[in-house]
Design a protein around this ligand. Structure first.
Ligand code: GLC
Length: 428
């Protein structure tokens, strides 16, 4: 009975080669449409940044705001692809002691950005920061700051970022439709830090990952995040569209036409933002645990699995995190539950591969040149078997041409990418 049900589930979840290629073609179509300004689920947002030379140098601040943490770092770029981190501060958006949640709707934009400016101040006043470098930095103030902002935003210039919508369950009031560059500048001013620090570049986290990988490896032409959320950017070389090659943020998490199961439809319906971020909801860390929970509950209700197997706390929606899922996939519960986890991981890798193949076809339909995709994010780096599954799915789609594609794991490149962007724009 269980075997049969798992077999059926596999048929529902796992993409055949035809379905994988079809999804890749649709992805490419949505990229083309989004780029030419037509209705598309892919926003194709220009970053105003190209490829770094690797020679960028100087001392800059990086700020990174994601769905769960904010980090600030003072980084020294030495050129030749080398850099040194001088000081770093990291804070969860939910305070572990007070439980205060900067992502909540009851929190104002001012409160969130005051918190970020506070982190910047902590880095600047940190006694661990090498005093000599501090003098050097202080003499050349204001220190330009690069802001990696892991949400979809539009920008007409590099130091602007108008938030289109929040996702990953962040709901802070008064930010959507506003320029996060201005919000940050105002908060720095409230702390009297404006003469010391100047926001100079804002970029998506995928763009920052691209820059940090390309600083060391000039072959990088795509970057993906497969973590709490999912997104991909790439180097658009189409001369008619932009005067120079430019990194474009596809916002691939919002891709809307991958084949969905009943479970995906239900998760989307019951989520905070129905109809949005459909691709992300099928494959990223924020949601994989919840899909697994739903399927497991369904199997239990059908008498196929024993519900007493999983912790009582897992009764609540979103109680199963990406980490929990990795634990299940590694074989810590029964094989039935493990198989469900493995199928979801495999499908996630297939979907990401379909998006990457569609992206490569857009850039280079015959796969005539080599492509390197830099990937960061907890799902890619920490989920058991994820990286080999992704490779296998790329191979299934591209067959022998898979040799033209290199996947490069990158860990925590966001802050260094943010400062590389600053070095690029301040030397323009
Ligand atoms: C979400 C955001 C996107 C970000 C991704 C990864 O999909 O919309 O901007 O890059 O998460 O953090």
């Amino acid at each position: 009975m269980l075997e049969q049900a798992l077999g059926q589930l596999e048929k529902q979840l796992i993409l055949s080669r035809t379905a994988l290629l079809n999804t890749a073609s649709l992805f490419r179509e949505h990229m083309d449409k989004g780029l030419s300004g037509h209705e598309s689920s892919l926003r194709m947002l220009p970053s105003h940044l190209g490829r770094p030379s690797g020679d960028e140098n100087g001392i800059y601040l990086g700020l990174d705001l994601g769905g769960s943490h904010a980090r600030v770092s003072l980084i020294k770029l030495d050129g030749n692809g080398r850099l040194e981190e001088l000081c770093r501060q990291k804070q969860a958006l939910v305070d572990s002691e007070s439980g205060h949640d900067y992502r909540a709707e009851s929190v104002t934009a001012e409160e969130l950005f005051d918190f970020l400016a506070g982190l910047v101040q902590e880095v600047l006043t940190n006694p661990d920061t090498n005093p000599k470098l501090t003098t050097e930095v202080f003499l050349s103030r204001p220190i330009p700051l690069g802001f990696a902002f892991s949400f979809p935003f539009r920008q007409r210039k590099i130091d602007e970022g108008i938030l289109l919508k929040w996702d990953k369950e962040v709901r802070t009031s008064g930010v959507v439709g506003k320029d996060v560059g201005q919000l940050l500048s105002a908060a720095l001013q409230r702390r009297e830090l404006h003469k010391l620090v100047k926001p100079a570049a804002i970029m998506n986290d995928t763009t920052a990952t691209f820059l940090s990988a390309a600083y060391q490896d000039p072959g990088v032409d795509m970057a993906s995040i497969i973590g709490t959320g999912h997104n991909t950017c790439y180097l658009e070389r189409t001369a008619e569209k932009y005067p120079v090659s430019m990194i474009v943020n596809t916002e691939s998490g919002n891709f809307s036409v991958a084949p969905r199961t009943e479970y995906d439809l239900r998760l989307d319906r019951e989520s905070d933002n129905p109809g949005e971020q459909r691709f992300e909801k099928m494959l990223s860390g924020k949601y994989l645990g919840e899909i697994w929970r739903q399927i497991s509950l369904d199997f239990s209700a059908r008498g196929l699995l024993n519900p007493s197997e999983f912790p009582a706390t897992w009764d609540r929606p979103y109680a199963v995190s990406g980490k929990d899922l990795a634990w299940v996939a590694a074989g810590n519960l029964s094989t039935g539950l493990q198989r469900i986890a493995q199928l979801l991981i495999k499908r996630s890798a297939q979907l990401v591969a379909a998006g990457l193949i569609g992206n490569i076809w857009h850039q280079d339909p015959r796969l005539a040149v080599r492509h390197t995709v830099a990937i960061d994010g907890s799902v890619y780096l920490e989920m058991p078997d994820y990286a080999p599954e992704l490779r296998m799915a790329l191979q299934e789609g591209l067959e022998t041409k898979v040799n033209m594609v290199t996947v490069k794991a990158v860990k925590g490149g966001t802050l260094s990418g943010a400062v590389i962007a600053v070095a690029m724009v301040t030397s323009r």
